[in-house]
Design a protein around this ligand. Structure first.
Ligand code: 5AD
Ligand code: SF4
Length: 464
């Protein structure tokens, strides 16, 4: 048991909080927990649910039934922050009608000093606020709130590892396992290093044990998470590297897949690429955010690689595994991006032939270096560029997915598809969405599907 787990289970705090929960909740304590943003946030949200369950809370999907509302926020783009403020605006009325309801804000936004100021000034009905590494302080903050503190908050950086034993997982067959927290890269547009702190890797033995336990409990997909998983272990005195960790996890007995995200091209060395290619349980897919195809923009972004280096990585994988799947994050409209620089991105997208891309229009984040850069490109130009990029990618993906037609792929079935009655969907080893007709009892298991059709975002076929 880690120091933090002891802290959560501090029987005295727990007893007092549980007493207050019973006293002030209307009808058995019910909590609404909503995580915005990336998978690391979702994983934190699952741990928060675990803490709340230990304090005798049950859960609801509708905040209008809740005694406690917790918003686990994302700060990566302005639109994410606007969504949170919009949600707070909606909750305001419910909170006014039900003053006993506890409203909590946590996650990346809560770590920013400007948010604390804004909350105090414009959203005084928020009761508790805590930062990205202060999850374990939730019981203590609840106690402070019950004892009358107006805004209980804690945004200190806690170094101790917060264990997964509390996690209430959403899925019974897909599990995410954070392997490291924070980021040291300081890409000039990105707020993450400021809100999630420096890189901290979790102990390899603990991770391996956690994965063994998950596999024993029937989990079929293990997603390893970190802002930059390739630099896993660099901060540990005798740490395993990420590729060594992959190889160790691959030795665990059982029928399951290992995936991971995100990777940074500057750290995607041969050892990592070989580990992906050689480990049979590691999905044959790499999510490798390139951000853009222009070397001058990559330099302004402080990405520390070139488009040529990126293509070398892609070629290395494709030469050894035909049709190896790649996905990426691409940003349009970085400050002063010229037409030529943008066209370099289009060229790269055309050449690399990504299976899938996640696209973003640059969003200014105060406190980052890029926020100080001059930007004469208009929003309208940025939107036009985004449309051009999306149009190109739709064509690339449709062509790309045709390579699967006629092949039989193994699929982890995830759920019912919107395609129609009796249709299911899942993902292949290459992380392609696969749709097919089948019985709901297949959900959570592996099946083989023969691919007969390809669209720009998925393939479909028949159960073998
Ligand atoms: N504006 C737009 N997109 C951003 N991302 C990170 N910061 C910003 C920003 N300021 C994107 C990057 C990253 C993904 C998770 O979010 O593409 O890879
Ligand atoms: Fe942000 Fe760059 Fe770190 Fe990714 S690698 S979290 S984009 S600073």
């Amino acid at each position: 048991m880690t120091a933090n787990e002891c802290n959560i289970m501090n029987p005295e705090v727990q007893k007092q909080v549980s007493k207050y929960v019973k006293m002030y909740s209307r009808k058995g304590a019910v909590a609404y927990v909503h995580s915005f943003g990336c998978q690391l946030n979702v994983s934190d949200g699952e741990k928060i649910k675990g803490i709340l369950a230990s304090l005798e809370f049950d859960f609801t999907d509708d905040y209008k039934n809740a005694d406690l509302i917790l918003l686990n926020t994302c700060a990566v783009r302005e639109s994410a922050e606007d969504t949170v403020y919009g949600t707070l605006g909606n909750i305001k009325k419910y909170k006014k009608e039900n003053p006993g309801v506890i409203l909590i804000l946590c996650g990346c936004m809560a770590q920013e000093p400007k948010t604390i100021e804004k909350i105090k000034k414009h959203y005084p009905f928020v009761d508790i606020l805590f930062g990205t590494s202060a999850l374990s302080q939730l019981p203590k903050l609840l106690l402070e709130h019950y004892e009358g503190k107006k805004l209980a908050f804690d945004t200190k950086e806690y170094k101790e590892e917060f264990g997964a034993s509390y996690q209430i997982r959403e899925s019974s067959f897909k599990a995410s396992v954070p392997i490291m927290f924070g980021c040291n890269n300081f890409c000039t547009y990105c707020i993450v290093p400021y809100v999630r702190g420096r890189e901290r890797s979790r102990n390899a033995e603990v991770i391996i044990q956690e994965v063994k336990e998950l596999v024993k409990n029937g989990y079929k997909e293990i997603m390893l998470l970190g802002q930059n998983v390739n630099s896993y272990g660099n901060d540990l005195p005798d740490g395993m590297s990420f590729s060594e960790l992959l190889r160790e996890l691959n030795k665990i007995e059982g029928d399951f897949w290992i995936r991971f995200m995100s990777s940074h091209p500057k750290d995607a060395g041969k050892d990592l690429l070989d580990a992906i290619l050689e480990c049979d349980k590691v999905g044959k897919h790499l999510h490798l955010p390139v951000q853009c195809g222009s070397n001058s923009v990559l330099k302004r972004m402080n990405r520390n690689y070139t488009a040529e280096k990126y293509k070398e990585i892609v070629n290395y994988l494709r030469e050894r595994s035909e049709g190896f799947a790649l996905s990426s994050d691409i940003m349009v409209g970085f400050p002063n991006e010229t037409e030529e620089e943008f066209e370099d991105t289009l060229k790269l997208v055309e050449e690399v032939k990504f299976d899938n891309i996640f696209t973003f229009i640059y969003s200014k984040r105060s406190g980052t270096k890029a926020a100080e850069m001059e930007d004469i490109t208009t929003d309208a130009e940025k939107r036009i560029r985004m449309d051009r990029l999306l149009k190109l990618q739709r064509n690339v993906a449709t062509e790309n997915y045709k390579r699967f037609i006629g092949t039989v792929v193994r699929v982890l079935v995830e759920g019912e598809s919107k395609q129609g009655e009796g249709w299911l969907f899942g993902k292949s080893s290459a992380y392609t969405i696969v749709e097919f007709k089948g019985d709901k009892s297949f959900i959570g298991t592996f099946v083989d599907v023969k691919i007969t059709d390809a669209r720009n975002w998925a393939v479909s076929g028949e159960l073998v």
